[in-house]
Design a binder for this molecule. Structure first.
Ligand SMILES: [Zn+2]
Length: 352
């Protein structure tokens, strides 16, 4: 069973309800992520100040929500900032596998595994938010954060993501990838609006890939790294109607920005690139027989190919903590509360 939160009101009050409902969980999440042993405290302080300032300028509602989480949980505001921005402070390698189809009987569908380290699995929960000044949305997220694992909003706009192994290039004017997802879920209604939002911002340090689908039938893959962005729409020729992504650069425009093995081991993800390449090969291989339907994508997330399973059970320390499949037209997110192969997909809507 995944924990749920219902929250509505101002951004600050949405954060407050999150923090006060899950104060112990927020604290546990802070204790796990906010460890910066290799970074001098002064550098951590400077990074928090800078990230708080730049995100307040571009995404004030999101930062107010973080302050609300602090006020609700009783943690210092700076701790909640450090938790949310931990990847921009220390860097991280990403995980997860993404699949999207444009041509199911219900229109586009996007799907992903949420691949996490063993401890992190306890930090996932489902949040249904009704902001006063934006679109209602529902998502898988993490305690104490405004991150998105996968979600959709009242217009049907749906986003799933996967981490992308870049080079941890610092971009002073860049923002965190989760800030773009938070903004898109709060206010974008179409794929085009989301692409425009993404094109207006650079990333701060780390890359990410998202699949975005809308109720009008749009589907796009955005592979974004500091200083670069590439878009893909489903091809008609190969893998017709299908887009896939794991955790390495696949768009030629971003080809020189791939991180290397030294970098992945520095961030504690040794072997991630090989793992990502193996999962990608599996997706390419099963693509022709993957049903372009809700059940077809759920089945793909349960794949246990010996050479590169999509459902991960500890390979390179990754565990598929949830499978998520979202249908924009029916405004339904189907999600599991554990390995996609062992727990059923339950439907989540905004109406519950
Ligand atoms: Zn499995």
């Amino acid at each position: 069973m995944v924990a749920h939160l219902e929250a509505s009101g101002t951004p600050h009050y949405i954060g407050f309800q999150h923090g006060s409902t899950f104060a112990d969980e927020v604290r546990a999440c802070r204790d796990f992520y906010c460890r910066f042993p290799a970074t001098p405290p002064q550098m951590v302080d400077e990074a928090i100040d800078h990230l708080q300032a730049i995100h307040s300028r571009h995404f004030p509602a999101m930062v107010q929500e973080m302050r609300g989480i602090a006020d609700g949980s009783g943690l210092p505001y700076r701790d909640v900032l450090a938790l949310n921005f931990f990847a921009q402070i220390v860097g991280e390698a990403g995980s997860c596998s993404n699949i999207g189809v444009s041509d199911s009987p219900q229109g586009p569908i996007v799907a992903k595994t949420s691949d996490l380290r063993e401890v992190e699995r306890d930090f996932l929960f489902i949040k249904r938010a009704r902001p006063d000044d934006g679109l209602a949305y529902i998502q898988y997220t993490f305690y104490g954060t405004v991150w998105n694992e996968g979600g959709f909003n009242a217009s049907g706009l749906s986003i799933v993501n996967s981490g992308l192994m870049g080079q941890a290039t610092l971009r002073r004017e860049g923002v965190a990838g989760f800030a773009l997802q938070h903004a898109a879920l709060s206010r974008c209604t179409t794929v085009d609006e989301t692409v425009k939002l993404y094109s207006e911002h650079d990333l701060a340090k780390w890359g990410g890939t998202i699949l975005v689908a809308d109720a009008a039938g749009g589907l796009v893959l955005i592979e974004k790294l500091p200083g670069s962005q590439a878009l893909r729409q489903p091809l008609r020729e190969s893998h017709a109607g299908l887009l896939i992504h794991t955790n390495h650069v696949v768009c030629f425009e971003n080809g020189t920005l791939q991180g290397d093995a030294d970098l992945e081991s520095k961030y504690g993800y040794s072997g991630l690139l090989q793992n990502s390449l193996a999962r990608y090969a599996t997706l390419e291989r099963i693509a022709p027989e993957t049903g372009h339907s809700l059940s077809g994508l759920q089945e793909a997330l349960r794949n246990h190919s010996p050479s590169g399973p999509i459902c991960q059970h500890g390979q390179q320390g990754l565990h598929s903590a949830a499978g998520i499949v979202i249908v924009p037209r029916t405004r339904t997110m189907w999600g599991t509360a554990g390995y996609p192969c062992q727990t059923p997909f339950e439907p989540y809507t905004l109406a519950d």
